[in-house]
Design a protein around this ligand. Structure first.
Ligand code: EPU
Length: 314
């Protein structure tokens, strides 16, 4: 038995020690016990250790000492895509939470299923896309969700929630923190594959032109405070482009990205940069920037009232 798991659980699933820097797009993060749950019947045993659930690790900053709890991710049983037929002119598609969003999008483009092309270029697993209501200026993931299968915190049994029961908003699914998504049913619109491909290619190219996609990062760090004042423009106006703390740098291409160009940044470096940006945005513009990225094992002050932050380091 490993870490209190039954012998059967250990035989059917994977339990290993990993550095999360290997499993996050930021390439930052300390060690953790990582459980990969391959079988539905083993979910209950995995949930008992109250793990943190990992998707593609694309929107995540993990502390240098690792997360405070074991980490789990969904494996084989949750990586399937299946058609559920046409209803009212929409194709219903069941997608497991472990499916990669880019792989799903490619399949949709080839088959002529419209609705996801506005998410072209967004790195995510389906579970992560549900959790964060991943999106672009064109589309949010919940725009095409008909219902989701999830386990709510404190519960053991999966349940299905209809779209109308989910208060999804900008970069938030609106469900309690700790909700585990197992999959969803999407309602897609039949469309011309060539047209869908052209839209996806145009959006991907625009993203590549304005964002530092070749460097390790966690995407946009802060939520946009308003449509009129995107965080990237604000941070740019405050003069932060190129600012560095240790190995972490505010991207010179898009100021709402912090990048890890030499792959030597520590979480601590990113935390210091975030602190400086939040403090200046508050002092000079009266704006409390809120994190878009998820953090594990990082100081709580990242989400605190910026008026309470310590004086800026020089
Ligand atoms: N801008 C600047 N300087 C910068 C960056 C942006 O002046 O350094 C200006 C741009 O010129 C533009 C405005 O700010 O006028 C908005 O910039 P952009 O079009 O890049 O969009 P964004 O609001 O910064 C949002 C999402 C991105 C998504 C893009 C494209 C958020 C926080 N970000 O960025 O999502 O890819 O639209 O659809 O909502 C993410 O969530 O991780 C992410 C990258």
């Amino acid at each position: 038995m490993k870490q209190g798991f039954s012998a059967g659980f250990c035989a059917r699933n994977a339990i290993e020690e990993r550095r999360l820097a290997e499993l996050t797009t930021f390439r930052i993060g300390g060690p953790a016990t990582l459980i990969t749950v391959h079988h539905r019947d083993d979910l209950r045993e995995a949930l008992a250790c109250q793990p943190l659930w990992l998707g593609k690790g694309a929107n995540l900053l993990v502390g240098d000492a690792g997360p405070p709890r074991p980490v789990a991710r969904l494996g084989r049983a949750f990586a399937e895509i299946s058609e559920r037929g046409l209803h009212d002119g929409r194709l219903l598609l069941h997608v497991g939470a472990a499916v990669d969003l880019a792989a799903l999008l490619n399949r949709c483009l080839a088959a002529g299923w419209g609705g996801l092309e506005g998410l072209a270029g967004v790195p995510a697993s389906i579970g992560g896309a549900l959790r964060m209501n991943a999106g672009t200026a064109q589309r949010w993931f919940f725009d095409v969700v008909a219902r989701v299968e999830c386990v709510l915190p404190g519960e053991e049994q999966p349940r299905w929630l209809e779209r109308r029961e989910i208060p999804a908003a900008y970069r938030s699914c609106g469900l309690p923190a700790g909700t585990l998504f197992l999959g969803c049913e999407l309602a897609l619109t039949p469309d011309d594959p060539q047209r869908l491909r052209a839209t996806a290619a145009r959006l991907k190219a625009a993203k590549a032109a304005s964002q530092p996609l070749a460097l390790p990062s966690a995407g946009c760090v802060f939520k946009n405070p308003s449509r009129e004042l995107p965080a990237g423009r604000l941070i740019d106006e405050l003069g932060f482009k190129g600012a560095r703390c240790g190995g972490a740098e505010v991207s010179t291409r898009h100021a709402n990205f912090i990048v890890n160009p030499e792959r030597r940044a520590r979480a601590e470096d990113v935390v210091r940069l975030i602190r400086r940006i939040r403090r200046r945005a508050w002092q000079e513009r009266g704006i409390a920037l809120a994190l878009e990225i998820e953090t594990w094992g990082c100081p709580d002050e990242l989400r605190a009232d910026p008026a309470q932050l310590p004086e800026e380091e020089t």
